[in-house]
Design a protein around this ligand. Structure first.
Ligand code: GLY
Ligand code: MN
Ligand code: MN
Length: 438
């Protein structure tokens, strides 16, 4: 509880430093899947970061003035409903256990919101986030309700601040509590990838391997996968967001798995690529070595003071030279990089911020410049190469798709890999897969 209250206090301090006002932050809506059944509920990441509260239908309110206050709206206790959907805190217990100054039933929100906004200089919230824009409508009608009181001498907020501008920056630097959760998410996902490697073999189906991953995540206490797992065999590995996972895996092909669990809100995001029969062929080996060299080159650039793009530039340099050496591209590496010709085989970037969201909060540039790494930032490192069949491409490489994705925490003198333990070297992968055959 203290960690969340402290985060709210930091947010209040930032708001006060910029003139104060009232922050109103709703959690995510529940989403119906079909006819009265719902998608598994996941709270909004900003809300989770500030409250650690997982019930739907909740709104955080922070008042930044001379005596800062923290309020919560949440579902009222309801014995009849709780028989169906389980325990609810209710406002009283939520205020006490979660460290709020007061809490009210969510049904009170529309009535109380205008009161909370009266005579405040600014409203801080997040707009244009959900596709239905229900929140935006609610907020705007609260502002209109305050404006209607102008002849009583009341004023409505004159400014609306996008609160993500502050929260994204706070979330970018992880505290110890978050790092602990991210390490755990990493460990669980590492074990899941090892389990998947042991389960893979010719003629099995991709979904069987997906099932192994999901089993390993959930059995270790993760609440959900952080994103739909990609289990892509053979040519499917060249489809970057492949998620059908329904193909029979063939002898002689590679399997690319991009899967990570979410643990107590925090994502991990790992990709491994390995041979379905446990032995790399010559061309697979060549391209795998290249992707691994790019991964190592990128890792080496993750340290305070280096900018966000340095790992990407390092990966692109290694990959481009490799594409030339293997006869996939012709010409001079520098030219191929400047003209972005390498993108034919490496078309995505080398990473993204990682945290409560898989593609986590935080700008990548400040003042139009790539930002510098700082201790506490967490990111993915995920170079790869994808070779689709074409007349001008050596046939030996057709349909090989490889990505090697790790998660890193920036430390004072470099980075800590949070996903250490997935076999990466060719010999280690083949050894692990031999265990499977023993
Ligand atoms: N798994 C999503 C990504 O790698 O960005
Ligand atoms: Mn991934
Ligand atoms: Mn990723």
């Amino acid at each position: 509880m203290d960690v969340f209250r402290a985060r709210r206090a930091r947010l209040l301090a930032s708001m006060t430093a910029r003139g104060g006002g009232v922050a109103v932050i709703p959690t995510a809506p529940e989403r119906e899947r079909n006819r009265g059944t719902f998608f598994p509920y996941r709270a909004d990441s900003h809300f989770l970061y500030l409250c650690g509260f997982r019930e739907p239908e909740a709104v955080l309110v922070l008042v930044a003035d001379d005596s800062p206050r923290q309020f919560l709206f949440c579902r009222a206790r309801n014995d009849a409903q709780e028989i169906w959907t389980g325990h609810r805190y209710g406002p009283e217990a939520a205020a006490e256990h979660l460290g709020f100054d007061s809490a009210w039933a969510i049904d009170e929100l529309d009535r109380k919101l205008p009161e909370l906004l009266i005579n405040r200089p600014a409203l801080w919230t997040s707009l244009a986030v959900e596709p239905e824009l229900e929140w935006d409508r609610r907020i705007l009608s609260a502002i209109r309700a305050v404006r209607a009181r102008v002849r009583s001498g009341d004023t409505a907020p004159q400014t609306v601040h996008e609160i993500s501008a502050v929260l994204d920056e706070m979330r970018l630097i992880k505290d110890e509590f978050e790092v602990t959760l991210m390490r755990r998410a990493g460990e669980i996902s590492v074990a899941a990838h090892c389990r998947a490697m042991r389960a893979t073999g010719p003629d099995r189906f991709e979904y069987e391997i997906e099932a192994e991953l999901l089993h390993a995540f959930r059995a270790a206490g993760s609440q959900y996968p952080a994103y739909p797992p990609i289990v892509a065999s053979g040519p499917n590995a060249c489809v970057l967001h492949y998620t059908d996972n329904d193909r029979r895996m063939l002898d002689g092909e590679l399997l690319l798995i991009d899967a990570g669990c979410e643990f107590d809100g925090y994502a991990s995001d790992i990709t491994s690529t390995f041979p379905i029969n446990g032995r790399f062929s010559g061309p697979q080996r060549d391209l795998y070595r290249l992707a691994l060299a790019a991964n190592y080159a990128a890792r080496a650039e993750v340290r305070p003071g280096n900018n966000w793009n340095a790992p990407h530039e390092a990966a692109v340099a290694v990959l481009t030279q490799g594409f030339i050496d293997l006869g996939l591209l012709e010409g001079n590496a520098q030219d191929l990089i400047e003209t972005e010709t390498y993108r034919r085989f490496y078309m995505h970037r080398t990473g993204h911020w990682l945290g409560l969201d898989v593609h986590d909060a935080g700008q990548y540039k400040t003042d139009s410049q790539w930002r510098s790494f700082e201790p506490g930032m967490t990111l993915t490192i995920e170079p790869g190469c994808y070779v689709r069949p074409a007349d001008d491409v050596p046939e030996a490489f057709w349909n090989i798709g490889i990505r090697i994705e790790d998660n890193a925490l920036v430390t004072p003198d470099g980075c800590e890999i949070l996903t250490e333990g997935v076999p990466r070297e060719i010999e280690d992968i083949e050894d692990l897969m031999r265990e499977r055959d023993a």
